[in-house]
Design a protein around this ligand. Sequence first.
Ligand code: ISE
Length: 330
Amino acid sequence: MAVRVGIIGLGVMGADHARTLHRSVASAVVTRVTDIDTERSAQLSAEITSAAVSTDGIALINDDEVDAVLIASHDSTHAALTMACVKAGKPVLCEKPLAPTTKEAAAVVAAENGAGLISLGFNRRFDPAFAELRSTIRSGDLGNPLLVHFSHRNVASYPGADSAFSITGSAVHEFDTVPWLLGSPIVEVSWHAPKRSSRVSEKLQDPQIMLLRTADGVLTTAETFINAAYGYDVRCEVVCETGAVQVTKPDRTVIDAAGRRGTGYPADWRPRFADSYRRELQAWVGAIISGTATPLASARDGLAASAVADAVITSMNGGGKTVAVTVPEI
Ligand code: ISE
């Protein structure tokens, strides 16, 4: 049995997921694709010959040749399209975020009503390095975690990105990864503005620092810098009572040349997290085939991350003072 997957949104992530499903995920076939840019749809359909072009997302969701849907369209479309999948009774993997606001995310969770059809693309859960980091913490070998240092650097932001988008589009990964690592929800946040890079517009505070307190008392420093220029670089270190553990860059080679030794940085998240996307998609398809609960982040995880994002934005809008904001319990 192959799961017939329809993909809505063929930008950076949608196209990458389509190729991964086509080339590397067993028991999956991409049967429908759609994008508001019809040229993109035509190009991908020509590349992946099993994929016909649907006129729009709703048509794709309701197509009899689609068993499951992957949403990688603009963030603003995620909630409505995910609810349409729930209405059609079809499993859906929605790229993060589930929705830009808690209110929209809560509506999606209510619409799903515990049916377990929704998965979220918080891919760090399937990254081998982050998985090993989590198992090391959970082993207790280093004692209790005390603090976490996260830094999340992109080469360059999307055109028009503002401070809130940096939070909902990038830092939102940390809002899921930290509770997943620690097994404890984020209960209080504060947002801080370092010196702004002279290379970004006035409407974007870049970099940003967030302090995330989890219910277990652990404090996380989360840096987001989406115009770091030098490379795509995600770092995470967990400091415990008797030791520390951090993810490493998945380098395969070191270059010695011109009197220097070094490794490279990828231009964006696709090479850095390629293994995680493939494992995430295989786990999603496998659960659909076996009829078991999704092993990916759930709609409630997506709601929790959106609630943290809302709280961080509230702190950011607190007039430049360091305003700690309590995250409402989901
Ligand atoms: C992008 O949309 C992703 O989801 C990447 O995983 C993240 O690292 C990046 O900052 C986002 O822009």
